[in-house]
Design a protein around this ligand. Structure first.
Ligand code: HAM
Length: 418
């Protein structure tokens, strides 16, 4: 099946102005919070060897079994467009021998072949942080808090945080066995996928969206009931660090998250305004992942937040009627050089400027200024050139006045409202 060159592929989006600007703003808010927490940006490839995901996200996870964009390149290598960020970051930390503890953040596109719907896309953007080499439960709480600060900064007020612990390699086998027995008794009610999950990784049955399977696990033994002493203590410390900050959180014993690498803390941010795809973001601890990738034993924890869902949940501030942009308007060819010089000078002063070189007539230049939603026009004609001044026209009010060459940057800035 091939699409037309005039339409974008299913499940993808164009971000056109002003939405593209909104998205950048959301990214900037995240970058600032991450940097305040000591995180530095990491940029990893948008595709990796397929095994990077199979060996981490998990062979039985929905992401790996159903949602990966995998392909062979012309050299017969098995590659996959990254469905999530954590495995690539862990691979990069090991490959580049970064010193731990290290705190990293990322912003970028990810790809999952799911059924597109509100808040679910085949290409989507995530912002995320990964802290490697830190085992303290206070780091778990810090990261959970970072996410809530991000949503709060964007005016999202209906976000709740669900927290759980799924234990460690010590306590998990006992839970796994109890769960397997419990599910075997109800095998007839489980879907075909869950029959496989039951044999390979019964915890994954908790992720199943099929109504009968959800009902079947309603009273199933949960990982929390099987936590060893060390995990129980870790979890209590996470919860009390959240409470100390006044961060309201809900316990969700069934929150196992759909990826295999987690241990101990798992958490998710839920927004009631999103409908079926209500998870704004989520994360958890992955103390075994670096070791599983062949690196030195190193604890890790991180979070990723979906930008599209964040933008859906965040209130939209009314876009300013006019952009922070000035248009230099020249009357005759004799002023063209002066127009270019003025544009260069204003840009050097940090004032965004455009000049329409194509419209030979003033009227056409004003039309372009209006189409660009510029805040003002700075007009240079023979009179202005002779007097060494500019005429500054406020496009919102229509008022026009003369400004001296020295005062032009300030005068333009004063017209950039909100
Ligand atoms: P995740 O829960 O798979 O976790 O994804 C995190 C967030 O990405 C989701 O809550 C959602 O907002 C967004 N998201 C996921 N899939 C889609 C989609 N198809 N369309 C739109 N948004 C989507 C992870 O990715 C883990 N790597 C998080 C993590 C980081 N764990 C530890 N460190």
């Amino acid at each position: 099946m091939s699409g037309t060159p005039r339409s974008r592929p299913k499940g993808t989006q164009d971000f056109v102005p002003p939405d593209s600007g909104r998205m950048l703003h959301v990214e900037d808010v995240f970058r600032r919070l991450a940097e305040l927490g000591g995180y530095q940006e990491i940029v990893t490839p948008t595709f990796e060897h397929t095994d990077v995901f199979v060996k981490s996200s998990g062979e039985d996870s929905d992401i790996v079994t159903k949602e990966m964009y995998s392909f062979k390149d012309r050299g017969e290598r098995d590659l996959t467009l990254r469905p999530e960020g954590t495995p690539g970051v862990v691979r990069a930390v090991i490959e580049n021998r970064l010193r731990v503890p290290c705190r990293l953040y990322y912003v970028g596109p990810f790809f999952r072949y799911g059924r597109p719907q509100k808040g679910r896309f085949r290409e989507f953007y995530q912002v995320g942080v990964e802290a490697l080499g830190e085992a303290s439960p206070l780091v778990d709480a810090d990261i959970i808090y970072l996410g809530t600060e991000f949503f709060r900064s964007l005016g999202i007020s209906d976000c709740t945080v669900q927290v759980n612990s799924i234990g460690c390699r010590e306590c998990r086998p006992a839970h796994r066995e109890a769960l397997r027995k419990f599910l075997l008794d109800r095998k007839g009610r489980l879907c075909a996928d869950c029959h496989v999950r039951l044999e390979r990784n019964p915890l994954r049955v908790f992720d199943c969206k099929v109504e009968d399977c959800r009902a079947a696990v309603q009273d199933a033994p949960t990982p929390r009931q099987y936590l060893c002493k060390a995990c129980e203590r870790h979890h209590e410390q996470v919860l009390s660090a959240l409470s100390r900050r006044g961060l309201l959180h809900e316990a969700n014993d069934r929150l196992v998250r759909g990826l295999d690498y987690y241990n101990r803390t798992t958490f998710e941010y839920i927004s009631a305004s999103l409908g079926a795809q209500d998870s704004l973001g989520g994360g958890g601890r992955y103390d075994y992942l670096v070791g599983d990738f062949g690196g030195p034993d190193t604890p890790g924890i991180g979070v990723a937040i979906g930008l599209e869902r964040t933008m859906l949940a965040a209130p939209v501030a009314p876009a300013p009627a006019r952009r922070h942009l000035a248009f230099v308007v020249w009357l005759t060819d004799a002023e063209l050089g002066a127009a270019q010089d003025l544009a260069d000078r204003l840009r050097a002063d940090g004032v965004p400027v455009q000049v329409d070189y194509d419209a030979r007539k003033v009227k056409g230049q004003f039309k372009s200024a209006d189409a660009a939603q510029a805040a003002c026009c700075i007009i240079i004609g023979p009179d202005e050139l002779a007097k060494g001044v500019y005429s500054l026209k406020d496009l919102a009010t229509g008022e026009q006045r003369e400004v001296s060459s020295d005062a032009v940057s300030e005068a333009v800035r004063a017209l950039f409202r909100d």
